[in-house]
Every structure is written in C-alpha cells, then in structure tokens.
Design a binder for this molecule. Structure first.
Ligand SMILES: C[S@@+](CC[C@H](N)C(=O)[O-])C[C@H]1O[C@@H](n2cnc3c(N)ncnc32)[C@H](O)[C@@H]1O
Length: 269
C-alpha cells in the first residue's frame, strides 16, 4: 500500500509527515538532500507516502472521474481521497497514540488554499506532524475535504501541475525549523519573516568585487552599528518590495506602542 521511507517506533517519535499522492516515487526527491535529508536519515522526522491508487477497486485502478457539471479534466473521487485520509490518520494513531494523532493537521494542496506563511510553518513544526494530500488535474471532490475537515493550503498565486512540488516546499520550510536540523538555530531568528520583515542584504569576502564595495559598517567590527544598519536595510527592502508586510509590521508596532502607553489596567484587558 504505502511506502515507509523511515520508521519511527521510538519513545519520542520523530515529526511525522504523510503524503497522499498519485506519484509516491517522487518522494523523498529533493527532501533526501542536504540538511533536510540528513534530518530524515537521523530520524528527526519521518516520511511516509500513501498512493491514492491503493484505494482503487477496479482493474484499471482508476481514482478520478469527469467534473460534475462538465468541463475539462478529471477530479479525484471523494471515496478515494477519504479512504487515503482515513488510512493516514490510522497510521498516525498507531504511531503517535490517539491524543497526539488528533493534533496532526490534514492539509490538501490547492491554489485556493490559505497561503503558507512562516508563522504557519512554525505552528506545524511545533506539532507532531502533518498529513498532506496532493491533487492532480482539476483537484479533489469537495465532499472529501468537507467530510474529513481538511484545510486547503497554497504555496502562492500560481498554478502547479500537481501538489507534490508544493508539498515538498512545505515540508522543507517546516522541517528546517525542527530542533536539531539547522546547526546554528540563531540563523532562524535573523532570517526573512522572523520579525515580520524581509532580511537585510548579505555580503562575504572579498571586500571589493568588480569595483563594488561591501558597506563599510559591516567591516567595522562595531556590533551595535552593524545591527542598526541591518535593521534599517530590512525595513527599507520590506517597504519597497512588500508593502503588505510593511503595513502589518507598522500596525503591530503601533499596537505594541499603544499598549506600552496605556494604563496598566487597560494593558491587562
Ligand atoms: C492543475 S492544479 C489544479 C488547479 C485547479 N483546477 C484550480 O484552478 O484551482 C493540480 C493540483 O496541483 C496542486 N497545486 C497547484 N497549484 C498549487 C498552489 N499554488 N499551491 C498548492 N497546490 C497547488 C493542487 O494539489 C492541485 O489540485
């Protein structure tokens, strides 16, 4: 039925990812490389895939049908999607126990979903794992999503051929946040989105390249000045490139300044 890529029968089970897909052989793919791949080998996380076709009952192993109401393409059938979700939930319960398994979100990849953010990635990393359903063609019958309480998740406002590459992107973003995956966790605090801003520009040696100089402050050794320069650059680049993030950042600042100015009783409300 599914392929167990890493087992996790431990007192403290690894963060558990289960991917429902028509193309299980695509995994781990890029997730088998570098820090994320090493974390998979070291059982910081585990990855199982579940093939939708395992739930087909006819000799052609069909899992989809034409869209109700007409139109091009094919839709993953509700009975197939629901059976795969139920199987993935049963695996979670066997592995993590009923209570922890109940905290494993079931998400379906979709351009119509709520966009992934760093805050959502952090929430997912703080939980016991995730079940990710990958669509193909026109997507999945809505009744399976409604019937199983599935939330849709998007990786941005563009349409991909299938959910597998978006699922890999999500797993990469989440797994790198798990304790022990990144050597120096301080780098997670300073990167884009961690404080609601994009990151400042980065430089390395040599100090001059093709006549272009590294900003002098970065070579000064004055840590306070470097931190102030980086902060100012982060604000500038966020304001220029992502007015949406900048507005949210300013609103948060105003709110926290307001809270500081408010009398103690008002602050505690
Ligand atoms: C060709 S797309 C289906 C697009 C769908 N008919 C629509 O217009 O919203 C096939 C599958 O790729 C995945 N997919 C495509 N774009 C995505 C995105 N931006 N975020 C997450 N998943 C995406 C979804 O699983 C989707 O079911």
């Amino acid at each position: 039925m599914g392929e167990l890529l890493e087992t996790g029968a431990k007192a403290c089970p690894p963060w558990a990812a289960t991917v429902l897909t028509l193309f299980p052989d695509m995994f781990p793919g890029p997730l088998g490389y570098s820090l994320i791949g090493r974390a998979l080998q070291n059982e910081i996380w585990r990855l199982k895939t579940l093939d939708f076709r395992a739930f087909a009952s006819d000799k052609h192993r069909s899992v989809d049908d034409t869209p109700s109401g007409g139109g091009p393409g094919l839709v993953l059938r509700a009975d197939i999607a629901a059976a795969a979700i139920d199987q993935a939930k049963a695996w979670s319960a066997a592995e993590l126990g009923e209570a922890r398994a109940a905290a494993v979100p079931v998400l379906f990849l979709s351009p119509r979903g709520r966009p992934l953010t760093q805050a959502w990635a952090r929430d997912l990393a703080a939980g016991p794992g995730v079940i990710l359903g990958c669509g193909r063609f026109e997507g999945v019958d809505q009744r399976a999503l409604d019937g199983r309480g599935v939330q849709e998740i998007s990786v941005g406002d563009a349409v991909y051929t299938g959910g597998e590459i978006p699922a890999m992107a999500i797993l990469d973003a989440v797994v790198r946040l798990l304790p022990g995956v990144i050597g120096d966790p301080k780098s997670l605090d300073e990167e884009s989105f961690s404080a609601g801003l994009l990151e400042h520009p980065q430089y390395t040696r040599p100090a001059v390249w093709e006549g272009r100089e590294t900003p002098e402050v970065l070579l000064s050794g004055n840590h306070a000045n470097i931190a102030a320069w980086r902060r100012a650059q982060a604000e500038l680049v966020t304001k220029e490139r992502r007015p949406d993030l900048w507005r949210a950042h300013e609103a948060r600042k105003e709110q926290s300044d307001g809270n500081k100015d408010a009398p103690t009783e008002a602050r505690e409300e």
